[in-house]
Design a protein. Structure first.
Length: 129
């Protein structure tokens, strides 16, 4: 029994050291990039949309690239967001469609495809008024 416990403890220590050496210890760069809050008038000018977006990226280096391209990305997203219809965005399908449009617009700016660039769009807040 003592041998089994000692073996388990040794394996745990080796696994922990291996995870730290390979960057699995949580100290690496984040695979997410947070954008500044967007507030835009929606199509028809009677409603507005305010949202916070985080982007999941294929490589943490892409998050740095997003910061560098921020003015162009914000411009493209304002065009995408302001062309939306509030009734459509109120549905789950509308939000998913918008997510895909945002991902495509950013990857176009970065000249990357969905596997190399932005892989997912996460809405942290989504207010239509």
């Amino acid at each position: 029994m003592r041998y089994i416990l000692a073996s388990l403890l040794a394996a745990l220590i080796l696994f922990s050291a291996s995870a730290q050496a390979s960057g699995g210890g949580g100290g690496g760069a984040s695979p997410y990039a947070k954008l500044e809050t967007f507030t835009v008038n929606l199509q028809g000018l009677t409603q507005y949309l305010q949202l916070d977006i985080s982007l999941k990226v294929a490589d943490p280096k892409i998050a740095e690239s997003i910061k560098g391209w921020s003015p162009v990305i914000r411009h493209e997203l304002i065009l995408v967001l302001s062309s939306q219809n509030g009734e459509e965005l109120a549905t789950l399908a509308g939000k998913k469609k918008l997510s895909g449009q945002i991902k495509a617009a950013i990857n176009k700016v970065l000249k990357l495809d969905a596997k190399e660039g932005v892989t997912d769009v996460l809405f942290e807040s989504f207010v239509i008024q």
